[in-house]
Design a protein around this ligand. Structure first.
Ligand SMILES: CC(C)(COP(=O)(O)OP(=O)(O)OC[C@H]1O[C@@H](n2cnc3c(N)ncnc32)[C@H](O)[C@@H]1OP(=O)(O)O)[C@@H](O)C(=O)NCCC(=O)NCCS
Length: 214
């Protein structure tokens, strides 16, 4: 399903378009999920299934509970990230010696409507999106939104800082994406830090991915 070469060789991943049930959860994860509604429960089960498959090579089979502001709690030697859309769930993982942190997001194309742009995008991004035809602006607004969420999930476990959407800016040139941080977060994430963003379109689902490498 994922073309080889999209993720680097030192990143393992697992995607599923099939929903998993409670058998995917450990006893402690099930206890956390008891209070969830049906959709959240199904997402949590499928997410933990994909996460466990993605970290399988790294010698860890324990609980993956929920940490500060929703981040998955993993052992110190592993970084991983996961996302669910209505149709697809996926997780990426790596040893931290190869990737300090990973972030992934999945969105369905066309769900970022123009009325939402002012909350999500900087003036420069808005100008870029406004100059596109409708098909491209639907696609790129979804990609920009999703890439910001992937970036957020990548940086949060390292910084503990909430970032609002206009605090990062995406640039798109010749098929390449660069994410620029517009505020000082810490020494590792200074203002103007640039990180590559990656995008894959699978049917109507958009997968975005960011990594912080050593
Ligand atoms: C946290 C957030 C990014 C999750 O995205 P989403 O589209 O709602 O949901 P997704 O299915 O894509 O991702 C959910 C998974 O993200 C992970 N996640 C949640 N909070 C996280 C955090 N603070 N740090 C890292 N990963 C996190 C979890 O693994 C979660 O799945 P789980 O609860 O089943 O374990 C989003 O809800 C949010 O709060 N965004 C606001 C901040 C932001 O994106 N800023 C952008 C500018 S940088």
């Amino acid at each position: 399903m994922i073309p080889s070469g999209f993720f680097p060789d030192n990143v393992t991943y697992h995607f599923s378009s099939q929903q998993m049930g409670p058998e995917a959860l450990s006893e402690n994860e099930l206890a956390v999920a008891q209070k969830y509604g049906a959709k959240r429960f199904a997402d949590f089960c499928t997410g933990r299934y994909c996460l466990r498959k993605s970290i399988a090579p790294y010698n860890f089979t324990g609980d993956i509970l929920i940490g500060d502001r929703g981040m998955p709690l993993l052992p110190d030697h592993i970084t991983a990230s996961l996302s669910h859309s209505k149709k697809l769930c996926g997780a990426v993982a790596s040893l931290k010696q190869n990737n300090i942190s990973l972030g992934i997001d999945i969105e369905t194309n066309g769900r970022v409507h123009e009325e939402m742009w002012r909350l999500l995008f900087t003036p420069k991004e808005t100008a870029y999106l406004s100059a596109q035809n409708k098909v491209n602006s639907d696609l790129l607004s979804t990609v920009f939104f999703s890439m910001k969420e992937a970036y957020y999930k990548m940086q949060f476990p390292l910084t503990g800082v909430y970032l609002d959407f206009p605090e990062v800016e995406i640039e798109h040139t010749d098929g390449f994406f660069v994410v620029t941080l517009l505020k000082d977060v810490n020494d590792r994430f200074p203002k103007h830090k640039q990180t590559s963003g990656h995008m894959l379109k699978l049917g109507n689902e958009i997968i975005t991915y960011c990594a912080l490498t050593p």
